[in-house]
Design a protein around this ligand. Sequence first.
Ligand code: 3HC
Length: 687
Amino acid sequence: MSEFVTIEREGEIGLIGMDKPPVNAIGVALRTAIHEALSDLISDQKIKAIVLYGAGRFFSAGADIKDFARSAEQPTLPEVLKFINDCPKPVIAAMHGRALGGALELALSAHLRVGIAGLKVALPEVKLGLLPGAGGTQRLPRLAGMAAAIDIICTGREVSADEALRLGLVAKVVGGSSRDAGVAAARDVLAGKLAAIPTDDLLVETDDNAVSAAKARYANALTAPQTALDAISAATLPIDEGLAKERALFMALMQGEERAGLVHAFLAERETLKIPEAGSNIRSVERVGVVGGGTMGSGITAAFCLAGIPVSLIETDSQRVIKARETVEKYLAGALKRGKLTEQDHVKALENLVTSDELNDLANVDLVIEAIFEDMNAKTDLFAKLDKLCKPDAILSSNTSYLDINQIASATSRPAAVLGLHFFSPAHIMRLLEVVVTDNTSPDIVATAFDLARQLKKVPVRSGVCDGFIGNRILSRYRKVCEYLVLDGVEFDQVDRALTDFGFAMGPFAVSDLAGLDIGRAARERKAASRPPQERYSRVADLICEQGWFGRKTGKGYYLYSEGKLIGPNPDAQAIVYKERAALELVPKTFTDEEIVARYITAMIQEAVTVLEEGVALRPVDIDAVKLFGYGFPRHRGGPMHLADQIGVSELISRIETYAEEDAYFWQVPQLLRTMKNEGQSFAEMN
Ligand code: 3HC
């Protein structure tokens, strides 16, 4: 028998335990093992009922995402599940922890289901660009009705044990182990106390209202939820026809770019954890100190509060302390309202929050995060002070967005315990955390930061030191392309529209308005002295700032705002562009949306490749994670490096060479791209 299942016999009851750590993912090996185990128990005359359960933390996380290439190999999951449904002996699925995707479909094909308290079930396939492809779209409506099935499948949301009970997905929710609960349920079935019915024998009532409402709701959604809806609609057909339709739609989605992008994004979130320092000693972090209670410092403090980690927030005077505390409390109240925090945890978080204007209050913390203004002298002064007053083994970190952390570390006597922890605004919500490793940061400090990030539910990405680290360095490059496009003839809102149509939640000009145009101006002023004379420079943003228009907060920027709401492009800002074009004697050109996106994405990839070449990012997938979790890159496109593989290295080189005819300084082909072309290598292979 297979190493992936255990088979037991307890009187008349046969038990199949799925045992494939870490999450009982159902790939071809486990499918085969279940099929064989079931055949074995069916042919055993003494066995009258069969229980399926999962060993370990979960029932199962569903079909093996890393094994999708083999999903058509026999026995396929639909074949195994049909075999379960048609089994002549009652089959009981006993679920604990989580039953997701193909695992819930496995349970739906059983004749009875029981859940252990705390169970969560879901059909999250749409989040991977798929639909439930092993009967979920046919069997869920048979058990829970059309409307509930549409909601659960098209959103991919989690369903609690209580809701599953209410919907008839499980017959019982009990305590104890799933194995024992399964045995008890099987005994009840054999004693005639519980009914075990093949799901395929049930009929579905049509619900035209639910279907048409969902059609309207998902009309502009990605392909997967829309296709899922088509599959669910087929549930009113005879079961074999419905299953065949579902399978055909599933296999078509499996070939799609949307599926490839979403699966890449799912894996990227986990791949970034694989760092050279993994396995090093993790230090205990019992209390954290944050210095600076502005937007970033307050957000960072709230992030720790949300994770239940005690935190001390330091500001320079009592007024600022009050303001910072109010901000943190506002964030926590918001989290409570949104259900991200329980009442009890909210009370505890406030108890664990210390705010003070006394730096010495950080004497006993295990980690400090500096979040003061971006000035090297101020930072080195602060780090020198922290070095003296903090415990010898405390970790000192900076939330700087671009300053040289090697230099900051050199102000201390403990450079090995200094690193960058670069959060993204709003820090209690955004998932990205760049962990910036200096020349001297020791492996245990890096491993500790990654462990902490997991506790904060962040996506940590390891970055080397450079101006802007991975994310902002690449951003500064593709943001410039937007300025150039505007000078060359495109209106602000066309740039934004092209990129939102591509999938970004907001366009770059709307984002700048939101962040405040003064922020960008400060960054440009800081870099003015070091700006290479050959670099093309657009004065448009500076000219807009000169009018006192700083975006949303002033009611005017690239767009006009009324009561904080965007009401349309700002014609006066556009007039500044026309004037600037005239001054530079530029004849405006037209660009299609595709051309805008191509330049934007190519600039992003070009800089990302140099970031890779220099070793600032470990792997292409780390860059994808940065852009996905910190910069709103459309998840279904997988990230810039994933997209780069789809565009192809030759096409990228050809684009850069074409653009270079206009601006040979900005558009330069990185050597790595040429090497990749010569060697026929892809970014995926570098992961
Ligand atoms: N297949 C393969 N590997 C999986 C997996 C799956 N379905 N689910 C998780 N894993 C892997 C992770 O990649 C990770 O591997 P790594 O250690 O090599 O990086 C490991 O299992 C542990 O996963 P997490 O770190 O995510 O563990 P958590 O405890 O944080 O979360 C989870 C567990 C909630 C199960 C989460 O992993 C998850 O949401 N998994 C995806 C579930 C899903 O989408 N299932 C549907 C699959 S598609 C399907 O079933 C198609 C069907 O309709 C035919």
